[in-house]
Design a protein around this ligand. Structure first.
Ligand code: ADP
Ligand code: MG
Length: 382
């Protein structure tokens, strides 16, 4: 991939790139919709990556190209970048340049050529991969001395402010900080983190990603309403964020809330946060199989309390569990996108077949199913 990328870069821009970098997509094992409640998440990096060939420029020009998008090189001036200005895919890398410059870093221009194997819009964070690979490359080329957390924060700011998507910090941190063979236990309040060994193959297990290949567009309202509902719950309970409500106090907390919708949102976030901690402690005790029912309970909470699932995601979980999976849940924002399924290696093929057949019988498009191998975070390749 590096050679092909380098030769395309040369065709586009007339000389070899200064270097080549990559950043991965991710799946979240558990901890959904906890990241805007200061809670815990547990993502792992996928082997699918966005790879960028990049050269530094001194003349204020920013040139962007992606093999995965029809069209020509996008040319922008770094001093003309404005949030909300340049729509489309170029907003992600351009947003990173804007965020770095806005923080006072002397990024004076770049030529960038990208190519990605992260499925787009499947809830596997192709956008964060694009941002983080750009941030890492520019950080290296301009000697900015940014650590991994700062790269993630710059990337999140690009997406929040420049592109205008109100995402949390999980995706960018996963792309920047995950390591091979581990899941990343991240506290989204202070960004403290721990690498949790997650070697499924050694235990005869497999984590399948099922990309439903559907995305039910509900508009930004669905996300905003849930975010506002969680904030309202925290306010009513007198805590800084729902992360501060302990599971042991959940019943008391729920009794204080009048709005039934807010009550359900609070119940999801508090129980989900506890599920992350439970999964981490089970993994630490070598009891990976016992995490299965916790994953499935997490799905039920997202489906019934947080109401972010959909028929296709529910069908993955039901059909996989019926075929002998240890557990399964939707992952990412929901309303389509992907699910994860924990299975014994010996039944992985049977579970895959069952899910495919269930989709066919329901008249859904065939999902894409592949194993999630915990892979490296962002790095320089050449
Ligand atoms: P997700 O991050 O879950 O895949 P998003 O909607 O957040 O979905 O981000 C998808 C967007 O990221 C695409 O619509 C596109 O603008 C941009 N993107 C992702 N991968 C690429 C790529 N290889 N080339 C150009 N743009 C990309
Ligand atoms: Mg995204």
């Amino acid at each position: 991939m590096t050679d092909r990328l380098t030769s395309t870069f040369r065709e586009l821009y007339g000389s070899a790139p200064d270097g080549v970098w990559s950043a991965p997509g991710r799946v979240n094992l558990i901890g959904e919709y906890t990241d805007f409640n200061d809670g815990f998440v547990l993502p792992l990096a996928l082997p699918h990556t966005a790879v960028a060939a990049v050269s530094r420029r001194q003349d204020g020009l920013l040139r962007l190209h992606s093999s995965d998008v029809e069209g020509r090189v996008v040319e922008l001036r770094v001093d003309g970048l404005e949030p909300g200005g340049s729509g489309g895919w170029a907003g992600y890398p351009a947003g990173v340049v804007w965020a770095l410059r806005d923080a006072g870093h002397p990024v004076t221009g770049a030529d960038i050529h990208l190519e990605s194997t992260v499925p787009v819009g499947a809830g596997l964070s192709s956008s964060a991969a694009l941002e983080v690979v750009t941030a890492l490359a520019l950080g290296d080329l301009f000697g900015l001395g940014l650590d991994r957390r700062q790269l993630a924060l710059m990337s999140q700011r690009a997406e929040n402010v420049f592109v205008g998507v109100p995402c949390g910090i999980m995706d960018q941190t996963a792309a920047a900080c995950c390591t091979e063979g581990h899941a990343l236990h991240l506290d989204t309040r202070d960004l403290s983190q721990r690498q949790v060994p997650f070697d499924l193959a050694a235990q005869g297990l497999r984590l399948l990603v099922v990309d439903t290949r559907v995305k039910h567009e509900l508009g930004d309202g669905a996300y905003a309403r849930r975010r506002a509902g969680c904030e309202e719950g925290a306010r009513a309970l007198g805590v800084r964020a729902l992360r501060d409500v302990a599971l042991a106090h959940l019943d008391d907390a729920l009794a204080e809330l009048d709005d039934p919708v807010v009550r359900r949102y609070v119940r999801h976030v508090v129980t989900e946060n506890a599920r992350v901690e439970e999964v981490v402690s089970l993994l630490g005790a070598g009891e990976t199989r016992a995490t299965g029912p916790v994953l499935t309970a997490g799905h039920a909470s997202l489906r019934d309390d947080f109401e972010v699932s959909c028929a296709e995601l529910d069908l993955v979980v039901e059909s996989a569990n019926a075929a002998g999976a240890l557990g399964a849940r939707m992952t990412g924002g929901g309303f389509g996108g992907s699910a994860v399924v924990l299975v014994e290696e010996a039944v992985a093929d049977a579970v895959t077949k069952e899910v495919m057949e269930a989709f066919a019988a329901a008249g859904h498009r065939a999902p894409r199913i592949f194993p999630a191998v915990p892979s490296a975070g962002a790095r320089r390749l050449a």
